[in-house]
Design a protein around this ligand. Structure first.
Ligand code: GLN
Length: 543
């Protein structure tokens, strides 16, 4: 069958969890045997999310093909297991820059270039591109209906429905029913207004997903249906849940997938098997133990900036049947205080990815503490680089060891690689180039060295992991770093780039140049997170 389109918009307020809702619907359609693809259309003007501050916008999610995308793509991948691609995320900025580039090239042959049709055509082109044998393409429209910025997107999907036929396009609108305590009621008016807003741009939603903190009384459901011109069974109650991994099960119980397939006149009677999700929810709710992991980072003010990381740690917990408590620590606390008290009682220390010099000395101290106190340590990207600097300074006879990210130095054990190999091509990076687009991005192969711990953890010789960084461990220092006890356990296939280090004089000390958290899934936890949490569990049993 040709790909059918499902558009998910949001109304009333932002942060309604459209990303999770889209992921859950994708999961349910998969469980019914369909092939899905999920996409995000973001209305902001940044050309890509790569240079946006993680404290404002959450983490930058990196795909195999090296796109820097919105964090919702991470949810899509974690739920559906479908690897996202560059062609799954677009911003208004990217759409406009492609339209303007075409205009400059003269592609429009002197026509007046306008939002309708030129911008809307570019949006439709994006929505239809790079689809193959998918049964459904779910497109989440970022922002809230009523925003000026999202209008071109709404207009484009309205046109697309006319072109593809209503039987091939479904509009789902996610709204909020606020509970007013003094009246003791869930209020439907904001939802009515939000649907009215959609109608004013020519879009009639067929399914409403109503977020609410209490069950929707039958009378209110009927009222919403009547005022919003929707079948009562298509007013879906979306209650708050204790774990996001319960969302597919809950939305299924409310009939979201059934109403979706019915809309497309597809068979609806066969129950999808959601046992794996039920098992996960059960494990999250009734763990056999708990561990505490300290995350020593910089962007701890907005936890969304480490979304994939906290999810991956939770997956490690699910796999080990324990709850993982996260202790978020701003690394600067270790710079002003002389004690490491904040790390008391933790079962593992993780230093995540990051950029810039501020707070690095604190992270280096945390790595040293983990090494000396034999606390399981996981250094990811920047975290690995700083653990290498720590070892070089304190054990490798290089007291001035640093990274060239913090300025020119004669002791840059972490340095800027100017070129590297991707596929059959040499990629070149200039130190004075633009900030956007100069990083080693996306999936790269890595050979694991026989006899090392990581080789045992992965159980294979060759892995592929996703990167997002400018600097690398400088292999010319390899002798000193090996003297400092670091084992180069993962290398790029040409042997040039140290991708992983470990210590053999420590229960669990691993640094990785890539971001393993991006590929971890609840149904398929990443081996490194599984093993790291297992080491933390082991530590709790020792004390
Ligand atoms: N700042 C470091 C680099 O650019 C690490 C980046 C990261 O942790 N993602 O290499």
């Amino acid at each position: 069958m040709a790909t059918r389109f499902i558009f998910i918009t949001g109304g009333v307020v932002s942060s309604l969890g459209k990303g999770i809702a889209s992921s859950a619907l994708g999961t349910l359609l998969q469980a019914r045997g369909y092939k899905v693809r999920l996409r995000k259309l973001d209305p902001y003007l940044n050309v890509d999310p790569g240079t946006m501050s993680p404290t404002q916008h959450g983490e930058v999610y990196v795909t195999d093909d090296g796109a820097e995308t919105d964090l919702d793509l991470g949810h899509y991948e974690r739920f559906t297991g479908v690897a996202s691609r560059q062609s799954d995320n677009v911003t208004s900025g990217r759409i406009y820059s492609s339209v303007i580039a075409k205009e400059r090239r003269g592609d429009y042959l002197g026509a007046t270039v306008q939002v309708i049709p030129h911008v809307t055509d570019a949006i439709k082109e994006f929505i239809r591109a790079d689809l193959h044998d998918e049964d459904f393409c779910l497109c989440e429209i970022g922002g809230t209906v009523g925003d000026i910025e999202s209008l071109p997107f709404l207009e484009a999907i309205r046109q697309l429905r006319n072109e593809e036929g209503s039987e091939n396009c479904l509009f789902i609108h996610v709204t909020l029913l606020p509970y007013i305590k003094s009246a003791g009621e869930l209020k439907t008016k904001p939802t009515q207004h939000s649907v009215k807003e959609l109608l004013s741009v020519g879009i009639q939603p067929e399914i409403l997903l109503c977020r609410a903190e209490r069950p929707i009384p039958e009378g209110e459901r009927k009222k919403i249906a009547l005022f919003c011109n929707i079948k009562p069974e298509c007013v879906i109650e979306a209650l708050d849940v204790d774990t996001i991994y319960n969302v597919p099960v809950k939305y299924h119980e409310q009939g979201l997938d059934e109403q979706t397939v019915r809309y497309f006149k597809l068979p609806a009677d066969k129950e999808p098997d959601l046992t794996p999700w039920k098992t996960i929810v059960q494990r999250v709710r009734e763990p056999e133990g708990e561990v505490t992991i300290a995350i020593v980072g910089k962007y701890t003010s907005l936890l969304d900036s480490y979304k994939s990381l906290s999810e991956a740690l939770a997956h490690g917990g699910i796999a080990n049947n324990v709850r993982v408590n996260l202790r978020w620590l701003d690394s600067q606390v270790f710079e002003s205080a002389d004690t490491m008290d904040n790390l008391d009682g933790v079962d593992g220390i993780l230093v995540p990815g990051g950029f810039g010099e501020r707070g690095t000395e604190g992270k280096i101290r945390a790595a040293q503490f983990a090494r000396e106190m034999k606390v399981p340590f996981f250094g990811i990207c920047f975290g690995m680089q700083l653990a290498v600097i720590e070892a070089a300074r304190n054990l490798g006879g290089l007291p001035k060891a640093t990274s060239s990210e913090f300025g020119a130095s004669d002791h840059a054990v972490i340095g800027l690689m100017t070129e590297w190999i991707k596929g059959n091509q040499v990629e070149v990076r200039k130190s004075n180039g633009d900030l956007g687009g100069t990083m080693r991005l996306g999936s790269y192969p890595c050979d694991l060295v026989k006899g090392t711990k990581v080789r045992e953890i992965y159980g294979t010789d060759l892995i592929h992991e996703r990167h997002r960084h400018r600097y690398e461990v400088n292999s010319t220092y390899r002798p000193q770093l090996e003297k400092a006890g670091l084992v180069f356990c993962g290398l790029s296939p040409d042997g040039q780039l140290p991708e992983m280090v470990e210590r053999q004089d420590h229960p669990w000390f691993v640094g990785v140049q890539f971001h393993p958290e991006l590929k971890s899934k609840p149904l398929d936890p990443h081996p490194l997170f599984l093993s790291f949490i297992a080491a933390a569990v082991h530590k709790t049993r020792l004390v």
